[in-house]
Design a protein around this ligand. Structure first.
Ligand SMILES: N[C@@H](CCC[C@H](N)C(=O)O)C(=O)O
Length: 331
């Protein structure tokens, strides 16, 4: 029998599949099929998810595991910040570690156990890097600019200023007012830039930031390969850095920034080493359910077999109590 975990970071929900426990790891084709089926919210298993986090043996020396991120639509992302916290906790508990490295598509990233966010809410801190701004890194084209940093780009959306950062998955960021935050622009832009379009031919995660105060931010994200999500860890990290670079009086380096999102709250800490930026993302790593099944059920994406033996933890109650303890945001 094998186990699958249902987890979340700021209610950005995933299944963790540890391929190292399998006799035969799933092929890429099986992973895509499995992910598209198990994440579908209408499939009847725990409300679906935003993606599947695949744990493999490490690919680089000095790391203890590899994480692959398969988005709900079957596309693969180079990074996932909320997901990395949950994988960090999974590997930490599996291998009895507290501070180690996990390989992602483009980098080996440091992860470490952090103090609990609240009673019963385990937390991890993860490194978000490398950070790039050039249009080739996202990529974007046909905008007549090499970089976007608080740049008015009417081709994308009239009246909005945009910043574009790869961390290393691609993020487009705009700081908006209340009306725009709650209006149709995010869905319209996210849908358009993640369909056939002349600007972002690999798609892009689109983040709207609303500045609450110094080192205080709210971020709402339309994710590539997913759509609206409760939270996006790399999106909140990229938006924090964009805030410090474009509104330097509103965010400081080397200090925690509180980033609220529809699923809760995380902290980010911005770092600059010479000319390289990197970000620490600190937040919950919550395990809500364990699914136990035969390995063949994974290969066949057999949802009825996967839903037969599910046990629920009480961690989500503690997480929701933490969310209820956060200051009410009135906007
Ligand atoms: N939610 C994630 C990002 C997941 C990947 C994204 N959809 C992409 O395609 O880049 C996070 O927490 O960072």
């Amino acid at each position: 029998m094998v186990q699958l975990l249902k987890v979340h970071g700021s209610q950005n929900a995933f299944f963790i599949l540890d391929q190292t426990q399998l006799q035969n790891p799933l092929s890429d084709e099986e992973l895509i099929n499995f992910t598209q089926k198990i994440t579908d919210p209408s499939n009847g298993i725990l409300g679906g998810a935003d993606g599947v986090l695949v744990v493999n043996e490490p690919t680089r020396s000095g790391s203890v595991a590899q994480m692959r991120v398969i988005n709900a639509d079957g596309s693969e992302a180079s990074m996932c910040g909320n997901g990395l916290r949950t994988v960090a906790r999974y590997v930490a508990e599996r291998d009895n570690l507290t501070d180690f490295k996990v390989d992602t598509m483009n980098a080996s990233l440091r992860v470490r156990k952090h103090d609990d966010l609240a009673p019963g809410v385990p937390a991890f801190a993860v490194e978000i890097s490398p950070v790039k701004f050039d249009h080739t890194a996202l990529p974007f084209n046909n905008l007549g600019r090499q970089r976007l940093l608080n740049t008015l780009v009417p081709e994308l959306y009239p009246g909005l200023y945009f910043s574009a950062l790869a961390v290393p998955n691609p993020h487009l960021i705009s700081f908006v007012n209340k009306e725009t935050l709650h209006g149709p622009a995010l869905k319209e832009l996210g849908t358009r830039l993640n369909s056939d379009n002349p600007y972002f031919n690999d798609g892009v995660n689109v983040n709207f930031g609303y500045i609450l105060g110094h080192n205080e931010l709210f971020v709402k994200t339309f994710e590539r390969g997913v759509g609206f999500t409760n939270a996006c860890g790399t999106g909140m990290s990229a938006t924090s850095l964009a805030l410090a670079l474009t509104h330097p009086d509103m965010a400081s380096f080397n200090e925690p920034i509180n980033v609220y999102n529809p699923g809760g709250m995380v902290k980010t800490i911005l770092h600059r080493d010479n000319y390289n930026y990197w970000i620490e993302l600190i937040g919950n790593a919550t395990f809500t359910h364990t699914l136990t099944a035969e390995e063949s059920a994974l290969h066949q994406a057999d949802l009825p077999a996967l839903s037969k033996n599910i046990t629920e933890s009480n961690e989500n109650q503690a997480y929701l109590a933490f969310v209820n303890s956060l200051p009410a945001l009135t906007f």
